[in-house]
Design a protein around this ligand. Sequence first.
Ligand code: FAD
Length: 389
Amino acid sequence: MKTKLITNREDLIQKFEYFCKKHLRNYASKRNFDLGPPHKNVSNLSPYIKRRFVDENEILKISTKYFNIQKIEKFVQEIFWRTYWKGWLESHPWIFRDYENEKKYPEIPKRTGIKCFDHWTEELVETGYLHNHARMWYASIWIFTLNKPWKLGANFFKKHLLDWCPASNTLGWRWVAGLQTVGKYYLARAENINFYTNKRFNPKNQLNENIQTIASESFDEKVLNPVPDKFLEIKNFYNPGVVLTNNDLTINNVFAEKKIDFKSCIFTDSNNENFKSELVLNFEKKLTENIFKTINDIKLISNLNELISWVKREKIKNLIIPYETVGNNILNKKSFLYKLNEENINYNFYIRDWDRLAYPYATKGFFNFKKKIPDLLKLNEIVDIDKGL
Ligand SMILES: Cc1cc2nc3c(=O)[nH]c(=O)nc-3n(C[C@H](O)[C@H](O)[C@H](O)COP(=O)(O)OP(=O)(O)OC[C@H]3O[C@@H](n4cnc5c(N)ncnc54)[C@H](O)[C@@H]3O)c2cc1C
């Protein structure tokens, strides 16, 4: 079941252009079908957008070369789902802290006899990807048929998904479990699986399709402001140093577009990575190598001391680090910041306009958030539309 993973931008954009020409037109009607790898009816972009190896703005600009934005409304909304989940978690960080208390990573589940579930286990471990519908069915079977805790399932995904995203994964599992939208849970049904897998699977009489009770919880916390009070504006800094991390592997482009001279490095911290599968680690290594090859003079840095030496050697006056949202901490750690302060290094966590403009609308449900999409498209200079999509 192994699939070939793209790890360079040129091939990725070429593949996405092909997707636009061949499949984007039918995305809304076909996207819910899981026809098995290589999943041609969806974009497969999540491992790249997650790390901003390509960013949302770039993807939507390419899409609108082929279609009027109204014609690809569903795709645009899906692109904004990640933004919405990330923004929502910024204002409800205790939800992630509660999930993070579960430190155990389950073994790969043994065969259950439920063919689709066993197949998806294998597909996830071998390819690092599952179709969205399969993720919903899998999580639902895990929780309601196999009676396993949702947090363990979320950790299983966390280890193996190439696109693991603290917000989309945690909130996706919570949504299936009935915790995210109170009283609403997602139940996998054999008939629905049969239809949307094009009859590849039919777990008739194997699933618990009759739920009596669902989990509940109560937190007494105040919804936070999802964006920082002060944010960094890009102006003509004197000798800035831009740090690329797995949170944003193209942040350098933001500075290049503004014609600002800067030094750059890629920071990869292996202490952060012990939960990841070999497949994920190799994938990230290849993405990093690709960036290293394509940007002149970029340095590869693997710990804080090396970063500090680089800043001093290059006489960097402003260290720019991609903004770290909940669950994505790489450099925004007390011990790291303490050291940077001790060395008198001036650093800033830079939040992209895409996130800064959208997060304030993500504190409630997606239904309210999506009404703001036309404004956000305009503010991000993707298209100028007055009415809804
Ligand atoms: C239980 C569960 C766990 C999930 N865990 C993750 C995760 O760890 N990381 C992750 O990126 N997505 C997660 N998702 C969301 C979704 O399944 C994937 O983003 C999607 O399948 C990626 O495939 P694609 O790129 O081909 O999507 P496409 O359908 O081509 O969509 C285009 C892009 O829109 C975004 N997107 C689409 N659907 C969603 C969604 N439901 N939520 C957030 N963003 C979306 C992604 O960036 C995606 O690349 C999860 C969903 C569920 C139900």
